[in-house]
Design a protein around this ligand. Sequence first.
Ligand SMILES: [Zn+2]
Length: 341
Amino acid sequence: MPLVSMRQLLDEAAKGAYGVGAFNVNNMEQIQAIMEAARETKSPAIVQASRGARSYSQDRFLYHLMLAATELYPEIPTVLHLDHGNSVETCKSAIAMGFTSVMMDGSLMPDGKTPSTFEYNVKATREVVETAHSKGITVEGEIGCLGGIEDGHGAGLDGLSHLTDPDQAVEFVGQTGVDALAIAIGTSHGAYKFTSKPTGETLKMDRLLEIHRRLPNTHLVMHGSSSVPKDLQDIINQYGGKLKPTWGVPIEEIQLGIKNGVRKINVDTDNRLAITGAIRKVFAEKPEEFDPRSYLKPARDAMKKVVALRMTQFGQAGHAGDYAPISLEEMAKRYQRHLTA
Ligand SMILES: [Zn+2]
């Protein structure tokens, strides 16, 4: 089947009360890892690329790898999503290339670093929604600012300085018409999210519950939601790495989120850790190897294992065959009807 809209996947996830992991990619092996995990667990798949990934892969390589994924895994409903679009132009270029979903992150200015105003965020996001929905493409917005840096994107704030205000979230969704909303509840991008296991003081799940209570029909998105498991950190450090002790978002907190409106969960760091640990292990144990496949294959397998586990934990496993894809043309018509209704 062709790439499908993210709106359809998230609507189905809401019906089935499960979450869908969104995994970042830069190259072929990462795409293969996600698609194999999706096949093994019979899961729908969201594959996402940041601006950094688009530049690393020259964009077209990535897009054509995704077309290969849809040919080779026709039974998996698959979305190609732009992660953290920094401007209307970036989102439009992704739509022109064939992405079926875009994130307009207007919580920051186009430099991707400076927190913006609410008015700017509404205006930029609204503009992307108009263009995207006319083509049946999904839009994710963000209100409040996440902590940390993701592929050069992010204000480098700590996770708690710009939490999402529930009143603003309601206003933002009403004024923009976004399909999904990323909220800031204390999570950060990168490996160093928390300096100890998060508590209600550092990971504000109560804020998420309040936003869901006010916006029961909006698909919520948790960014920076790798769990940064200790076993993956240990493999890296056992084979010469130098990661400092760190904590991510516990799976049980994500599962609590999924019970309360979270439909998309962004995971990147866990896969990076799995890949790096597997490569370090081969380098340490078989220093005579020099065929890249000797370490890329275990790296791909290690990522596949993490993705399959997350797909099971988020509840999307078993749901790939629940529904037939809705074409983007039909999605565009539905948005049109909704606007004129
Ligand atoms: Zn993010």
